[in-house]
Design a protein around this ligand. Structure first.
Ligand code: 13P
Length: 335
């Protein structure tokens, strides 16, 4: 195993006050977001949008790594520079989403399982040759009346561990993402209990598969009440519940934790990260940062509207959101 390389990549991804940008929306998800923003859902618009992101001036000041998707890893700017090369030139480490999305889990109504292990070893070799140095796999845990089941959590975490082992074999740092969804009317306590179960099972499975925790990054959800819950929680309560759960479940040998935003507004996602740093400054065994998609991209996508004349404004908004998340990582964010 290329242990030193893995540790170096993980350390670089967590450096300073930087964080990750998830720009790995599948074609379906990207089109859905485009439709909501009134942008045509063609391959050329998706390419143009990703060009806007990777050419954002000085983006490497704020972003340590960007997660691409299979479609985008082969794409180039209008001038013919591969996105992956544009990122490297900006000092941003290229990563790649390698799961193939979720499907219904047989015999477990309402629960999802992630696909993508078949042929993964070969895909990872190819992505490494192209320049990707880290990867992402997302598992989805759904809170409902009778869910999640233990079987669903176990199957999803087993897959995450098998994926992580294959990544490390190929010199690629695995981001392991067990996302407990915000959908539903459950309260914060329920989210906390389910997240704790998922994380405990995840680290059990990682150990079984002999994954080296020093060369891995965890991408969890924050602990939040469901979006339809009548009782929303204060920023401080979310920060305390989230860090408390992570301290219980995540071994100190893990170098970094980078949150997904999960549908929170950009402002709230930043405020939560900020509160965690204000409250726990100097007391955490791992680096704590962001790996947001929507919470960084949303204002920029809405401003772009698919029009060339809006590119500069959209890039400014991307930079602004990312630098506000840097401030949050320093505990210095003000909305
Ligand atoms: P959001 O920040 O929009 O939740 O996306 C993060 C991500 O990468 C989901 O897999």
């Amino acid at each position: 195993m290329k242990t030193d390389e893995l540790i170096n990549t993980a350390t670089a991804l967590m450096a300073g006050d930087k964080g990750l940008l998830a720009m790995d929306e599948s074609t379906g998800t990207c089109n859905k977001r485009f439709e909501e923003a009134g942008i045509p859902t063609t391959i050329e618009y998706r390419r143009a949008y990703r060009e806007l992101i990777v050419t954002t001036p000085n983006f490497g000041d704020c972003i340590s790594g960007a997660i691409l998707y299979d479609e985008t890893i082969y794409q180039s700017t209008k001038k013919g520079v591969l996105f992956i090369d544009a990122l490297k030139k900006a000092g941003i480490i290229p990563g790649i989403k390698v799961d193939e999305g979720t499907v219904n889990m047989a015999n477990f109504p309402g629960e999802k399982i992630t696909e993508g292990l078949d042929g993964l070893r070969q895909r990872l070799e190819k992505y490494y040759d192209l320049g990707a140095r880290f990867a992402k796999w997302r598992a989805v845990i759904t809170i409902g009346e009778d869910t999640p089941t233990k079987a669903n959590i176990e199957a999803n975490m087993h897959l995450l561990a098998r994926y992580a082992a294959l990544c490390q074999e190929n010199g690629i740092v695995p981001i392991v993402e067990p996302e407990v969804l915000m959908d539903g009317d459950h309260n914060l306590k329920k989210c906390q209990k389910v997240t704790e179960k998922a994380l405990k099972m995840l680290f059990k499975q990682l150990e079984k598969q002999r994954v080296d925790l020093r060369g891995l990054i965890l991408k969890p959800n924050m602990i939040l009440p469901g979006t339809k819950s009548e009782k929303q929680a204060s920023v401080d309560k979310v920060a305390k519940a989230t860090v408390g759960t992570l301290l219980k479940c995540v071994p100190p040998s893990v170098p970094g934790i980078a949150f997904l935003s999960g549908g929170q507004s950009p402002e709230l996602a930043s405020a939560h990260l900020n509160a965690m740093h204000v409250k726990y400054k100097g007391k955490l065994p791992w680096a704590l940062t962001f790996s947001f998609a929507r919470a960084i991209q949303e204002p920029a996508m809405n401003a772009w509207k698919g029009l060339d004349k809006n590119v500069k404004v959209a890039q400014k908004l991307l930079y602004k959101r990312a630098s506000l998340d840097n401030a949050a990582r320093r505990g210095e964010y003000t909305p």
